[in-house]
Write a protein that binds this ligand. Sequence first.
Ligand code: NAP
Length: 314
Amino acid sequence: MNSQLDSGLKPLVVGCWQIDDRSWKAIPEAKLERAIDTYLTLGSKGFDTADIYGRSEQVLGRLLKGRDTIVLTKAVFFSGIPTPNQIRSKIENSLRTLQRDRLDYVQVHWHNPQLDFSSTFALLNEWVEQGKIVKLGVTNFDTPMLEKALQMAPIATHQVQYSLIDRRVEASMQALCLKHNIRLLAYGPLAGGFLSDKFRGVKAPQNAADHARSFYYSNMIRTHGGWSAVLDLLETLAQIAQKYEKTIAQVALNWVSQQQGVEAVISGLTLDRQQIQHNVEAFTWSLESSDVQQLSERSSTLFQQTGDVYSYER
Ligand SMILES: NC(=O)c1ccc[n+]([C@@H]2O[C@H](COP(=O)([O-])OP(=O)(O)OC[C@H]3O[C@@H](n4cnc5c(N)ncnc54)[C@H](OP(=O)(O)O)[C@@H]3O)[C@@H](O)[C@H]2O)c1
């Protein structure tokens, strides 16, 4: 059922936080099925989920059964050091809900860096050795945490927020990942959709409580430079988009895909067929290096980057 890894993740991994009905409005399953079919038909095979994304694993288990796909899930440890039983039940639960006999990727989110994660990695490594976990990854680790984790287990991927607005990964994480051949999986490439034609010229975006834009990315934007900086960036993106006859979102996605060490871009599931098509097609061409450079320079002028990966979210 599971196909060859790594190459199958390109170009676009579908982020499935949007299926979490505890955080967001529940999407009817027929609509989810239609959207997932569209992604698959257009060539996306990678799906990113988590043990904490509500019914997301369950829905993917049902809808992806028997399809040639790669599922990346997460094992999220918010507080305390988990017991061996707690770790076993997390992994067994993901295997059951995803309806798989092995997990393609398990990405560890470890919230409290003061707590020692060595015993947790040692146990997860046993699952890798038994073939029940194919690859171990991490998400939102800062540089000292990743340096430590590298001594405990082979780490294949690191899922980090990476966009023209949030480039904290470039401070020291990108170099560490390149050195150890850890592939970056970039989430939030559109800042929840703010980096798109929809928000060009919008003076004050409306708060949408049922969308990640409303808190996760709004808070990120406030921290990095504010909404007026986003409006300025959207104008630069629009000029470049016009040159290639693409959308702003496509240019923003393509820029992320061209950054060093990025294996795949994770963009969140949308039900809008045209947006799906645009997103998948955002990787069938390449921005010229001068345009990549211009966007990077504009982004550096407009936004401050504060600290390491996940520095203020923790
Ligand atoms: N590891 C972590 O801590 C962490 C944190 C956040 C996210 N993630 C993962 O990363 C995934 C991606 O993050 P994200 O969803 O925040 O990423 P994103 O790609 O920046 O935002 C996705 C949202 O943008 C809108 N959108 C999609 N395509 C568009 C287009 N072409 N034009 C305009 N708007 C578009 C959609 O909302 P509408 O459908 O409403 O337009 C969609 O829900 C998540 O689903 C999750 O799997 C992980």
